[in-house]
Design a protein around this ligand. Sequence first.
Ligand code: UT7
Length: 326
Amino acid sequence: MAVQVMARRSILAGTGGYLPARVLTNQELAASLDTSDAWIRERTGICQRHIAAPHETAAFMGTAAARQALAAAGAEPAEVEAIIVATSTPDQAFPSTALRIQAALDLPGGFGFDLSAACSGFVYALSVGDSLIRAGQAKGVLVIGTEVYSRILDWSDRGTCVLFGDGAGAVFLRAGAEGTDRGILSTHLHGQGSLGDILYVNGAVGRPDLPGTLVMQGREVFRHAVNRLAESVDEALAANFLTREDVDWLVPHQANLRIIDAMGRKLGLAPERVVVTVDRHANTSAASVPLALAEAVGDGRIGQGDLVLMEALGGGLTWGSALVRM
Ligand code: UT7
């Protein structure tokens, strides 16, 4: 007799987000920098970004987003068996941001760690969380993206500082009942270290001489983003024997409205089926996808049963996708 072992699916049981109160507009930036509201809007779609106050660290914002995700999922603290935090801007080298958040949430147990994949961090973390659940290593996983890029920007470089903002987003993954068609259908991750120097931070912890700011060859990154993300979309659909008509929502990384629009057109999605936050949040790196997801779930646009495609590309280069039945 054949025994069929069904892997458990990871259900996105709750979402949450956090944005600092302080809003920095393009006009404010243009007052002290050789830029303009018109240039930033036309080239990126960004109108404003949120900037963290000193107490709003990656752990602080991640805690707030996680608390919301757990409440939305109706999860008990003991259900959280693992915490994965995607961040390039942790509070400290260690303890991990994940365990700072575990303490702040007063969780009774589990394990946690940080994951570094720049703007693809959330998709990477979602993939790892899904693997933990499929492998039976955890039944409940908090996956968080939280970033304070305002602290690693060169505020005199108009080519980068206008592009980013701060924030955090989170989802609570819960092992679904066997046989459910809801949950994460697939994740696909990619990396190309040979392209590391087109988007990087020129410093590190333990290098007081080089605290590090973000450096980007914008045009090069743009070119790779459009090509790699288009491949990712095809890869995700093919792996699930689905077509673009099956996709209900695109929740893309929020780096540039021109890239987002190109992906929406590739999928043949009506603009209102593409979740856009870049106009208000700018690029919040690993927080951008979960923040956009939390917004669209929170306002009722994305509902149970919808097929959602998430994709991201960032420094590394890293890129990938996640296809989810909500
Ligand atoms: O999240 C990780 C992934 N990141 C991305 O996907 C970002 C990808 N790249 C981009 O989004 C775009 O390349 C940028 C928004 C960064 C730049 O847009 P662009 O259309 O590629 O502009 P560019 O870099 O080719 O620059 C065009 C011009 C240049 O002037 P010249 O050389 O033509 O005289 C820049 O110096 O625009 C100038 N420029 C600015 N002007 C006003 C660059 N930044 C600014 C600025 N304000 N903030």
